[in-house]
Every structure is written in C-alpha cells, then in structure tokens.
Design a protein around this ligand. Structure first.
Ligand code: ADP
Ligand code: MG
Length: 347
C-alpha cells in the first residue's frame, strides 16, 4: 500500500454536519482500487465526478498495462525480461515521457533517484521478493548497483514508434516513484480538455487539483498525515488550481530486517534504504514532478534537497519530517506560508 493513506482529504462535509452552512454543498467522493492502491475523485458535482471517474479508470488502467513492474504483461516487464538480449520493445509516447522524467531526475540528483533501482529493491525484499534474514552483503549490493547504470538504457525508433531496451542482463526498470503522478497528470489533462473543473484527482496520495472545492474556498484543502500516528494529520495545506501534491514516507511500505525498519525508498548512491526520514511532502505544478520530487527529496534530505529546489524546481514547495522525536516539520519558506493547522513545531 502506498501514499493513499498519507493524505486524508478533509471533506468539508464534516464541517457542515457540525452545523456550519457557509459552504452548503457537500463534496462527493468516488473511490476505487487500481494500480495496487486507492484512487478517488471528488467534487460537489456528482455528474462531474462520475465523468472524471470514467476517464480515470480508463487512463489508470492503461498506465498499469504499460508501466507496472507488478504486471508481468506490461511493456515495462517485457523490457526487463529482455534485458541484455538486444531485443528492443516498442513503447508508447507515455513510456518514453516517463523514462525521460526519470532519467532527468537521476542525473540532477546525482543518482540518488534511479529508475533502474529494481535489482536493489529485490535484494532488500521489495517488489514481490522475500525480505532477507540479514541485510544484503555489500558485494551483492554493489552488483545490483552496477545494473543501475542509466547509460545502458537504449531508446531508438522504428518509423514513429519508440523502442526501448536495456543493455545488461538483470537490469530492471522501476517507475514506482513517478508512474502514479504521471497517471494523474494524464487524467488531469483529459479532464481539462473535457471542460471539467472544480475536481480533485487522487491516485494513492498523488493529488492534483482543478478549480476549487467549493465557491470561495480558493482551492482544495488537503491534510498531511502524521507519520507517527496515521490517524492524525500533522498539518493541512491549500492546493491551488492546477497544483499537485505528493508524499513519500517510510511508514506505509517497509520490510523489517533484524528488527529494523527498512523503507521502500532506497538511496540510489548507496543501495541502502533511506534512514532518518519519516515523510516528505511536495507541492509542484504537475503530479509527475511532485511524485518524483517527493521521492528524491526523501532520499537527499533537507540540505541537498533545498539546493535542488533552488536550482531546478523554483515553482515547487517542500517539507520534511525527520524520523525522530519530538516530531517536527522542516519546510521551505514558501511551504511555510501555505501550511495551516500545524500540530508540531516547525522551522
Ligand atoms: P509510493 O510508492 O509510496 O507512492 P514513492 O512515490 O516515494 O512512494 O515511491 C516509492 C517507490 O519508488 C518504491 O516503491 C520503488 O518502486 C521506487 N524507488 C525506491 N527507491 C527509488 C530510487 N532511489 N529511485 C527511484 N525510484 C525508487
Ligand atoms: Mg514518488
């Protein structure tokens, strides 16, 4: 299970039940399971929500068919199975887009983010493998890291069709850090073309806003979950029209090895699960960026993360919640200005 429960969208309906009639329309939430997580759309207008749901079911299904590491029939699995065999696989434009986003993040994060992290994830017991009794040996991790060489990803074309292959046997692409965000953007773009507005799209905690929740709200108020108490929010933030939000955390998906929690986010530079970080939330102009960036900033931590934001993502806002007590939020200045109802100290 992923980030879906990191965020609780506070249906302002609860507010009305409490007796306030300033926003009399109730927000309807339609949700379903897809891509191994929960998807949802929200709107005060049921017909719009239903229309968006139809679009989203179709689009999320297509993304899963093409990009999921869990689906043995996906284009991604085919490419992985053919790694090292010199047999290119035809892919969609969406595939090459997401590959480009991923390799861009790999280079600007100096390899902290790496879409070829698959063999390393396997070594630690993720992606359907069994968690080892002891941490993998350094030699095994080095071998897995040798397969995470983005220079070995080959993209060619046949006519107008892009073709992808991986140069070394055992290489494995994994778009787990960005595919959900990308899928949300596809749906957001389709919905915009359909003339829909005042909707919120959510795929496993990757959210993107259209318009506002209700007239006068100015956006969509979303909750950021407390990593140390999943039933509580640590803060709220107003998502403006078109913006996306994503959280990466260590508390939804992890394995325990010798009693120690190992997060499903691995530092691509060391091949080891990230330690010391409980959650990172990013607001960005699109959901693919928010998704990839929240994973990247989870790995880099605060200092390097702030440098990355200043250099490459000046339109994005971020906060970090270190994995220690007492809980605190470390937020960029622009994120600080957005936060509401913050329940722990912040700086
Ligand atoms: P979630 O999957 O919970 O939504 P993230 O977006 O942060 O959370 O993505 C975590 C996933 O990213 C992991 O399950 C794995 O598939 C992938 N991943 C883990 N480490 C890395 C890394 N260093 N670079 C790129 N992807 C990674
Ligand atoms: Mg991510």
């Amino acid at each position: 299970m992923t980030k879906h429960s990191l965020f609780i969208i506070y249906l302002l309906a609860a507010f009305f039940i409490a007796g306030c009639s300033r926003y009399p329309q109730q927000i309807k939430r339609l949700q379903w399971c897809t891509m191994g997580t929960i998807a949802a759309v929200q709107s005060t207008d049921l017909a719009s929500a239903q229309k968006l749901r139809t679009t989203a079911i179709d689009s999320f299904g297509k993304v899963e068919d093409e990009l999921s590491a869990w689906n043995p029939e996906s284009d991604l699995s085919t490419i992985n199975n053919r790694a090292g065999s010199n047999t290119p696989t035809p892919v969609s434009a969406a595939f090459t887009n997401i590959l480009k986003i991923s390799t861009d993040f790999a280079s600007l994060s100096d390899g902290a983010f790496n879409p070829l992290i698959g063999p390393v994830l396997n070594a630690w017991g993720f992606n359907g493998t069994t968690a080892p009794a002891a941490p993998p040996a350094d030699a095994d991790l080095s071998k897995a890291l040798m397969l995470a060489n983005t220079a070995e990803i080959r993209v060619t074309t046949s006519g107008n069709t892009p073709l992808v292959s991986l140069g070394l046997p055992g290489m494995q692409l994994d778009f787990g850090a960005v595919a959900k965000g990308y899928a949300v953007d596809i749906v957001w773009q389709k919905a915009t073309k359909q003339g829909l507005s005042n909707l919120l799209i959510d795929l496993g905690g990757n959210l993107r806003a259209m318009g506002e929740a209700q007239p006068g709200r100015g956006g969509w108020l979303t909750g950021i979950k407390n990593p140390f108490n999943k039933n509580r929010l640590i803060a709220k933030v107003l998502l403006l029209d078109g913006e996306a939000i994503s959280t990466s955390g260590n508390y939804e998906r992890f394995v325990e090895i010798k009693g120690e929690r190992c997060a499903h986010i691995i530092d691509g530079r060391t091949a080891k699960p990230v330690k010391g970080m409980a959650g990172v939330t990013v607001i960005a102009p699109d959901a693919a960026t928010a998704d990839a960036l929240s994973t990247t900033l989870f790995i880099t931590g605060v200092e390097k993360g702030e440098m990355l934001l200043e250099k490459h993502f000046t339109n994005s806002l971020a906060l970090w919640i270190p994995d220690r007590q007492p809980a605190e939020i470390i937020a960029t200045d622009r994120m600080k200005q957005r936060l509401q109802k913050i329940s722990v100290p912040y700086r």
